[in-house]
Design a protein around this ligand. Structure first.
Ligand SMILES: Nc1ncnc2c1ncn2[C@@H]1O[C@H](COP(=O)(O)OP(=O)(O)OP(=O)(O)O)[C@@H](O)[C@H]1O
Length: 248
């Protein structure tokens, strides 16, 4: 990535890195988190008493066996679902006791999501897609435009702002999705197999972008089976049968 882009990324994220919580307070603190699902009359324990702390500025990669609980854990971190037992604190706040509206507000402001399949709206331009991510924040239109433009520039796509997703490569579409998450200035970026849909060369480009974002101060938690992503991680976790272990 060019130095100019990195400077923009750094500037864009500075406000995020500075916001609120002190450096010593964990970004996440999970205590005895359990999640059980009912599946055709039987109980499945997806998470079994997970204790986990993630500090601000960490790049955490989660790997594990199929059905081990990776997606369930990411859903707990993303406030997309509540645990059956235990607590999840985000920046010192117990998010397991929040109501639906407060959780939606938290997701809109504090958590950036990136998925394997980009989830862009095909009829909207790159810039409009990024702006859409800001809709729940009810910003003034000028502020929304400024934030979306800055986020697109921070991933190197300033010149592609008017392009539709179908006119962009897979890697560029994933960059738009990352810009959409960054525009919120989130406390944390959660990514679910973000390189899973890309060819090897593009995969490396997106791995590099995540690493640069991390080095610029962003906290990132990523589920990825990609061993090259794991090698770049600050911290690698394995989850199997609902139990998390540190690797290395
Ligand atoms: N909504 C649900 N309802 C019932 N069971 C579920 C639900 N979501 C997950 N499970 C079960 O919980 C366990 C953990 O699932 P999870 O999706 O978290 O695993 P995973 O590690 O992400 O798997 P994969 O790598 O296959 O995506 C599995 O046994 C799964 O079948």
């Amino acid at each position: 990535m060019s130095e100019a882009i990195m400077n923009k990324t750094g500037e864009h994220l500075q406000a995020t890195a500075d916001q609120g919580s002190s450096k010593r307070e964990p970004l996440y603190r999970l205590s005895q988190v359990e999640k059980t699902y009912q599946q055709k009359g039987r109980t499945v324990k997806a998470l079994r008493g997970v204790d986990l702390e993630i500090m601000p500025g960490e790049l955490v990669v989660i790997q594990g066996t199929t059905g081990g609980g990776k997606s369930t854990l990411l859903q707990m971190l993303g406030a997309l679902d509540r645990p059956t037992a235990g607590s999840v604190h985000l920046a010192g706040r117990d998010i397991t006791i929040l109501g639906d509206r407060a959780l939606a507000d938290l997701r809109a402001h504090d958590i950036g999501f990136v998925f394997q399949h980009y989830n862009l709206i095909p009829t909207l331009s790159a810039l409009e897609n990024v702006e859409m991510g800001l809709a729940p924040l009810r910003l003034a239109p000028s502020e929304r435009l400024a934030r979306a433009s800055a986020a697109l520039a921070s991933v190197g796509l300033a010149e592609r702002r008017t392009h539709l997703p179908g006119e962009l490569s897979g890697g560029q579409q994933q960059r738009v999705a990352i810009a959409r998450a960054l525009a919120k200035k989130p406390r944390v970026l959660l990514a679910d197999e973000p390189t899973g849909n890309l060819d090897e060369a593009t995969r490396d480009e997106i791995r590099g972008l995540f690493e640069e974002l991390w080095r610029a101060g962003l906290s990132i938690v990523m589920v990825s089976p990609d061993s090259a992503v794991a090698r770049r991680a600050g911290r690698l976790l394995r989850i199997s049968k609902g139990t998390v272990t540190e690797v290395g």
